[in-house]
Design a binder for this molecule. Structure first.
Ligand code: TRP
Length: 339
């Protein structure tokens, strides 16, 4: 599958059980580009998922669904290691050691912590769990446990990867050179896919207006309906420009779905009405989603298969993780347990 001299790419995502077009074009599809050139570790971070109030049975289902979606999107288990964070010993252990090096103030200043904490105070659990504050340290451990070279993430995770780099340098300086300093990789397309109902905002699963969000498992008629009801702009020209956020978004979606350039699409639809253009966008998205949905349907209920994928992913991940963990424990001054 992968050879020891290949660079290591690692990324993780929470088990949401759903993916939308923004997740696909901005993240998952980008990860597939590493499959042949890198040793790939893709984690589903169930331990991060419990930092906010949740329902255990739903978490479990979401983990299976998320795995099936990843495979359906082309993350072939033969070519990458797909694993559950809680299956691999070392994530929380390393997080503890890193936490002891991490200034409290740096965690309190994290943008995502402040946003999530504010929402918890407004409604959520009635208190802010320490895990929410500690979240970025666990994420740093996810990355450093594999000594990853490249970490592709969305713009919203940049601050967390920067903290990871700080902690890696701090560990190296405090003990001795151990961790590679990981590189952040932010794919350009990530932020480009906007809500169909408010094209000034990113497509997001927490959008109160779900009509603006296309999920990979949306039925063709739903996809078409959502695209046909997308807000458009004044004027009638199909052209990408700043004063046309709605049409620009649809052009980006069609371009990402077909691989055709924006210019090429502008030419084809020069003089077309918005309705004609929208129908073509809908067809393109449905065509792109069809094989993903077929593959998903074929595997989603096959628990045995999915568990097998989790097992081999965790076996490979654990092998790498144990090496790093024992090195780290030794450097931190812990006595190795006799065997
Ligand atoms: N915090 C990331 C997100 O919400 C998920 C994540 C956890 C992650 N650990 C990671 C991403 C390690 C990259 C690497 O998207």
């Amino acid at each position: 599958m992968s050879s020891p001299d290949q660079p290591v790419v690692l990324t993780c995502a929470q088990p949401t059980g759903q993916l939308h077009l923004g997740n696909y074009f901005g993240a998952v599809r980008n990860w597939t580009t590493f499959l042949d050139s890198h040793a790939c570790y893709f984690g589903i971070v169930d331990q991060h998922a419990i930092t906010l109030p949740y329902v255990p049975a739903e978490l479990r289902q979401s983990c299976y669904k998320t795995l099936a979606l990843y495979i359906a999107c082309g993350l072939e288990p033969e070519k990458c290691n797909l694993f559950l964070q809680s299956h691999v010993t070392g994530h929380t252990e390393l997080a503890w050691i890193l936490a002891c090096l991490c200034p409290l103030g740096q965690l309190e200043r994290m943008t995502q912590f402040k946003d999530k904490a504010a929402r918890q105070e407004e409604g959520g659990a009635g208190f802010i769990g320490s895990g929410l504050l500690y979240y970025p340290v666990l994420m740093a451990a996810d990355i450093l446990l594999y000594n990853a070279d490249v970490v592709p993430v969305g713009e919203d995770q940049r601050q967390h990867v920067e903290l990871t780099r700080d902690l890696a340098m701090k560990f190296n300086a405090t003990y001795s050179d151990t961790f590679k300093i990981p590189k952040v990789e932010i794919p350009k397309q990530a932020a480009r896919i906007k809500s169909l109902q408010d094209p000034t905002r990113k497509m997001s699963k927490s959008d109160p207006n779900q009509g603006g969000v296309i999920y990979l498992l949306d039925e063709p008629n739903i996809v078409t309906k959502k695209i046909k009801s997308a807000v458009t702009d004044s004027g009638s020209e199909v052209r990408a420009s700043e004063d046309k956020p709605g049409i620009t978004n649809l052009l980006h979606i069609m371009s990402a779905s077909t691989g055709r350039s924006i210019e090429d699409l502008e030419q084809e639809f020069a003089g077309s009405q918005y309705g004609v253009f929208k129908a073509a966008v809908a067809d393109a998205v449905v065509e792109m989603l069809t094989p993903i949905q077929e593959r998903y349907k074929a595997i989603a209920d096959d628990k045995k298969y999915l568990e097998g994928v989790f097992k081999s992913g965790a076996d490979a991940a654990q092998k790498r993780a144990f090496k790093m963990l024992s090195k780290v424990n030794r450097k931190a001054g812990f006595i190795e347990r006799a065997r």
